[in-house]
Design a protein around this ligand. Sequence first.
Ligand code: FAD
Ligand code: AMP
Length: 475
Amino acid sequence: MSESYDVIVIGGGPAGYPAAIRAGQHGLKVACIDEWKNYDGTHAFGGTCLNAGCIPSKALLESTELYHRAKEEFAIHGIKLGSVAFDVAAMQKRKAGIVKSSTQGILALFKAAKVTPLAGHGKLLPDRRVEFTALDGKVQVLEAKHVVLASGSQPIELKSAPFDGKQIVDSWGALEFAEVPKRLGVIGAGVIGLELGSVWRRLGAEVVVLEAMDTFLAIADQQLAKEAQKHFRKQGLDIKLGARVSGAKVENGAVTVSYTDAKGQQSLVVDRLVVAVGRRPHTAGLLAEGTGVELDERGFVKVDDECRTAVPNVWAVGDCVRGPMLAHKGKEEGVMVADLVAGHHSEVNYRTIPSVIYTAPEIAWVGQTEEQVKASGRPYKVGSFPFMASGRARAMEAGQGFAKVVAAQDDDEILGVHIIGPMAGELIAEAVLAMEYSASTEDLQRTIHAHPTLSEALHEAALAADKIAIDFPNK
Ligand code: FAD
Ligand code: AMP
């Protein structure tokens, strides 16, 4: 007889493993199947986020930012270091250690929640049966009352610049460089392209970022995007907008990239090329014939607001379904599904999913941009506060950027918050909480913020929306 579960989750990334843990917390019998394979052939839970995305990128961003600050800023603080040097191998070793302990941590979490980890491939068969192929090739058919698809995403490959794993690489490859490329090309000025470009720029690479769109960071509030562009340019990231890549050729150890811009056909020679043009849903080998699960025209698993597929008791969460490809979005969906499966009420507030870009300065936002609010026709007000006027930011030698609040003129509700500056990714949590509770700017204005803290910038921006800021002249 085949083994039977209440819930089988296919995919152990940041969408799948929280679904499995929450289902386990509800006392359900749960298995989580995952097939991730590292470059060295070892298996690990955690998906893209822990193995090749959020965590390793943040580890390298931290190391390289520290190096940059030691070199450029310590002297301002009166710290004399002599010469400052870096060791890429040591940085990579530290990163690998963080990744390993994080992925092993998932197994401990599974144990505590009584989730059965199954390393190998999962394929949904009709009638909520799942074919599990273990790493040793052994095949078993499992049964489940509920199946959660959490198969994630994969980097998009450009036909004109196919990955060769050495000189033309995806984001994972760019996190594994053993040495600093002298000249680095990055295709795509999205979140991933900017973070990876920053890592290697800080260590001395000449970085050129080619972006097809004419607008920089079109998804962000444009005031924020313009401020960011100014800082990246100053850091030496050469961002070429309106530059559409049409080909890349590896010759004599270098990559010649062809692209077209307003002036016509151009070319660029680099030592390594990172293709960071986005990700697509990963559903290859996930669905057998006749399951009834539908994909949309872009290959995402079709789901409703509660992550139900077209098939009763088959759910899908994370990067393989519509919405922003973010780890925390997948986590909330995974948890919601497990709660719903257990008969509890649950929902995801898709209007308050924060976005963070971990560059320096950091960039973070939640809710609508000023452009979106303007386009909606709703009368609005804006308040902003520069970190230059924040005592804490100045003490940190981090007075770049600003916090900006966009709110409705009629009922004062906060519609969007946009921050570029020190620890923006941490500061945005206050805005998310405020918006989750439908807070007004008055609510933020009346909330006491400790002094001196970076969070005072958000407080002052809320005050500025009504032209009553204290620490900066009101316009
Ligand atoms: P994944 O993490 O892709 O996990 C899916 C898992 O399912 C994988 O382990 C895969 O091997 C497995 N799988 C797939 N199909 C099967 C199958 N049939 N059988 C068994 N197993 C299967 N997001 C953020 O929120 N913050 C960040 O700072 C951030 N930084 C990033 C940096 C980089 C360089 C990259 C590439 C991504 C980053 N992301 C970040 C995005 C984030 O990693 C993804 O949104 C997140 O990992 C999606 O989670 P998921 O669980 O849906 O999918
Ligand atoms: P994201 O989807 O946020 O990871 O960003 C990917 C970026 O790559 C987008 O801003 C795209 O406009 C950009 N892009 C996609 N294809 C090309 C191309 N052929 N040349 C240059 N930029 C591209």
